[in-house]
Ligand binder design. Structure first.
Ligand code: MRU
Length: 357
């Protein structure tokens, strides 16, 4: 692996602090202009880091939440199991309320709490050891899942292809290779070349600030486009596949991802371009029957009205609607690429089969 590729894929985006009572993240809101590390110590700092997208991307949120609840638990001086379990539950619920759509958040926190419940009555020190191992395992497993997703994803494209992506599902949003960007990094590692079109991704510009940054730094040919330019690059014949990440995939294959993703899928269908959703099984929520049941986060109108310029971009009183995600209907999805393989329609069957393996 070249040094430039390694620097991107091995970025230290989320880790446990040395004292194991804090979590260290890269503040993604400052990229690409500054690489700033933040140390999160209090529940409020952890909650805000997720809410404000200092740490973002479904898998990275899950990893951060696992480390956070462990770091908090290590700070408590509690000897009694009952008291410990109660405080753990309270803090877990608080962190879980930071963002609603990415299921990885509750997935990781429930996994951590499951350990507390399964070890009821044991000494707190023993439970803390188990929790430390568990949050590290969540991170390690994500690295392995991203790598496997990258392999499966790479089998869907060939040398010289154009790939369009929306939002950011690279190393910053996950661990190591990423999901939607993983096949591109893996292909690059193997000497392959692709042309990537990165949607800027309004309103918070994850595509411009993070995706084009990661790809450019890794030496991958990337062209940044505004969201409303996806149609023309598809029409020009420059896109052979669309790769996007996901925040929650329902049992029927409906997939929530960054707002604007479903529009890309509709365009891809129009132009006959395959549209793939890439994500780990930790993002699949079989308890959620379909996209109508996926909670969609509504964010601050200021992100639309006044975020990026010194002056407001709109009248302060203008009404805004700012959903952070949308749901792509399963009928528009050519395949869902997971670490266990590529699921095809009918998704109700292929996704359920993943969990039986
Ligand atoms: O609001 P964000 O930036 O957290 O949204 C992120 C996305 O929508 C990603 O595409 C998704 O989480 C997949 S990350 C591998």
């Amino acid at each position: 692996m070249s040094e430039e590729l390694k620097q991107v894929t091995h970025i230290d985006n989320v880790r446990l602090g040395e004292d194991e009572k804090s979590v260290v993240i890269i503040d993604q809101t400052q990229l690409p202009n500054r690489t700033v590390y933040l140390t999160l110590r209090t529940p409020e700092e952890m909650y805000d880091a997720i809410k404000l997208l200092q740490v973002r991307g479904a898998p990275a949120i899950g990893i951060c939440a696992g480390y956070s609840i462990y770091a908090l638990a290590r700070q408590w001086e509690i000897g009694s199991y009952t008291e410990f379990a109660q405080k753990f539950h309270e803090q877990k619920e608080y962190l879980n309320s930071s963002r609603p759509t990415a299921v990885n958040l509750s997935w990781a926190l429930n996994r951590m709490e499951g350990l507390v419940t399964a070890n009821a009555g044991k000494p707190v020190s023993e439970i803390l050891d188990l929790l430390g191992k568990e949050c590290r395992a969540i991170h390690e497993e994500d690295i392995a899942m991203c790598r496997a997703i990258s392999e499966y994803g790479l089998s869907l494209i060939k040398e010289g292809d154009g790939v369009l992506t929306h939002c950011n599902a690279g190393p910053l949003a996950t661990s190591r290779y990423g999901t939607a960007l993983g096949p591109l990094f893996l292909g690059k590692e193997r000497g392959m070349n692709f042309h990537v079109f990165s949607d800027e991704t309004r309103p918070l510009l994850q595509g411009a600030r993070l995706t084009s940054y990661e790809l450019q730094k890794a030496g991958i040919d990337v062209t940044l486009i505004c969201d409303n330019m996806a149609s023309i690059v598809m029409k020009n014949g420059w896109v052979q596949a669309c790769f996007v990440g996901c925040d929650r995939v329902a049992a029927n294959g409906d997939a929530a991802n960054k707002i604007g993703t479903s529009g890309v899928a509709i365009l891809a269908k129009h132009y006959g371009i395959p549209f793939y959703v890439l994500g780990p099984t930790s993002t699949i929520d079989l308890n959620c029957p379909d996209g109508d049941h996926i909670p969609i986060e509504l964010r601050d109108p200021a992100e639309i009205r006044e975020k990026w310029y010194a002056e407001p971009m709109a009248l302060p009183e203008v009404k805004c609607y700012n959903p952070a995600f949308d749901v792509t209907d399963h009928t528009l999805i050519s395949g869902i690429v997971t670490e266990k393989g590529i699921c095809r329609a009918p998704y109700t069957e292929s996704l359920a089969a993943l969990f039986k393996k």
